[in-house]
Ligand binder design. Structure first.
Ligand code: UD1
Ligand code: CA
Length: 458
């Protein structure tokens, strides 16, 4: 089946009070419109095929620039004359579709499962509506049924009689329209209503008039069909999605100490028996092996943490790879290209950038290691700095297996410290140290006998 999907995203979203178009505001780190695009793609891959058309207006250039990497048919609606008018702009591209499914760029949490069930139910050429019953239906279009509970029409709140306003079943806006009817219906819409708009919802009465059956399905959960008009609603959906993501992790064997204090802004692949403590933020693609412990206050972005590793409190990882059984932190920063091999340890106030820390090696205190390659079982003393940058170019530091770098060493790259070599504490190492040798580069200590401390002048 070819199911084309039209996503309406032309509205301004003035209640967001923002220079950013509403549909680019994020939920769980992703623009709302991107959530909808992904749900649309998923749905199409399960029901067959189809094109995705996105109707843009306000901030169109910004929206297209942000999501230009998706395979989408961008459609412009210069004036927002109503939801029916918006769909009309996309119709030329929908020719040949079996069904046209209408979604909203500001209703971000719609699930493919609900769309698939709507499409399957309306498969036989009927008009499909996604509806829901709300205790407080105000603001929405109401579903009007006859005595035998057949759907007759959708009436917008502003056009509804008090009796119609009392109906609790509402139109979510999501609708599946038969492909062979859509262009005739849409081109027959009139704007003689309270808002002077071309209402998409008027196609329901047309279907009834032409004896096309109108069916409905309901979503699994209410948050799927909730729209975002304000930052408060955005926050509510953010929390609802975060709760769901945390629940999914727990179902899959992850201990989440407090689901309200975990934030996931991307894709997490997690093994078993992981513990995520409070105030952890996981961003981008994060892979966590079995038995990993993430202590409070860590931010982990696009990184891999191997089985049994522990990331102690307040550490930040970005584009880093941490192998099994490593220990990182507290207060460590792993920047892009940091690679810790098995059982390596990086301690407090240590920054690692674009460097390999070999198996069992330790950089435990107050150090900067950048553009370096450390072998296995290296011990880097407190306060060590790789001086990798001369203000113009970057250079590499190579440290062999089993080397011992004394505290407060400055290793001026390019430089190689041999296997089993030692640098004396406080040295500024500008030349290579051969294997097994000691390199010392500092002023020799003199002790002055009979030295008098200065005394205060009166
Ligand atoms: C619409 C439905 C209403 C439903 C409600 C669900 C109609 C006439 N009414 O009402 O039955 O209960 O959604 O939230 O369809 N848009 C455009 N171009 C336009 C007009 C709207 O792209 O010309 C987009 C908006 O950006 C928004 C969406 O369509 O994302 C819905 O438009 P909105 O004006 O908010 O419709 P409602 O009045 O809420
Ligand atoms: Ca609305």
């Amino acid at each position: 089946m070819r199911a084309d999907i039209v996503i309406l995203a032309a509205g301004q979203g003035s209640r967001m009070k923002s220079n950013l178009p509403k549909v680019l505001h994020t939920i769980a780190g992703k623009p709302m419109l991107e959530h909808v695009i992904l749900a649309a793609q998923n749905t199409q891959s399960m029901v067959g095929e189809g094109k995705i058309h996105v109707v843009v207006g306000h901030g169109a250039d910004q929206v297209k620039a942000a999501l230009g990497h998706y395979d989408l048919n961008w459609v412009h609606q210069d004036q927002q004359l109503g939801t029916g008018h918006a769909v009309q702009q996309a119709l030329p591209g929908c020719e040949g579709a079996d069904v046209v499914l209408v979604l909203y760029g500001d209703v971000p949490l719609i699930e493919p499962a609900s769309l698939i069930s709507l499409l399957n139910t309306s498969n036989i050429g009927s008009l499909g509506l996604l509806t829901i019953n709300l205790a407080n239906p105000s603001g929405y279009g109401r579903i009007i049924r006859n005595e035998s509970s057949r759907i007759l029409a959708i009436v917008e709140e502003k056009d509804a009689t008090p009796e119609q306003q009392a109906v609790s079943e509402i139109n979510t806006g999501i609708m599946a329209i038969p492909g062979n009817k859509v262009s005739h219906w849409i081109s027959s819409l009139k704007n003689n209503n309270a808002q002077g708009e071309f209402y998409l919802t008027d196609v329901v009465a047309m279907a009834v008039e032409q004896n096309v059956s109108v069916i409905n399905t309901q979503p699994q959960s209410r948050i799927e069909v909730e729209g975002v008009n304000s930052r408060i609603q955005q926050m509510e959906l953010e929390r609802a999605l975060q709760e769901k993501l945390a629940t999914d992790l727990m179902i899959n064997g992850v201990t989440v100490v407090d689901p309200k204090r975990l934030d996931i802004r991307g894709e997490v692949t997690a093994g078993h028996d992981i513990t995520l403590d409070i105030n952890v933020v996981l961003e981008g693609n994060v892979v966590l092996g079995d038995n990993v412990i993430i202590e409070p206050g860590c931010i982990i972005r696009n990184s891999v943490v191997g089985a049994g590793a522990i990331i102690k409190a307040n550490s930040i990882l970005e584009d880093a790879v941490v192998a099994a059984q490593c220990e990182v932190g507290p207060f460590a920063r792993l920047r892009p290209g940091a690679e810790l091999q098995e059982k390596a340890r990086v301690g407090n106030f240590v920054e690692i950038k674009k460097s390999i820390i070999g198996k069992g090696s330790k950089v435990n205190h107050l150090s900067y290691v950048g553009d370096a390659e450390l072998g296995d079982n290296v011990n880097v003393g407190a306060g060590t700095i790789t001086c990798n940058y001369d203000g113009v170019n970057k250079f590499k530091t190579v440290i062999g297996d089993g080397a011992f770098i004394g505290s407060n060493s400055a290793l001026v790259a390019p430089v190689t410290i041999g296997r089993g070599a030692t640098s004396g504490a406080g040295s500024t190492i500008t030349r290579d140290i051969p294997d097994e040798q000691l390199g010392v580069a500092r002023g020799r200590q003199r002790n002055l006998d009979g030295w008098q401390r200065p005394v205060k002048k009166h």
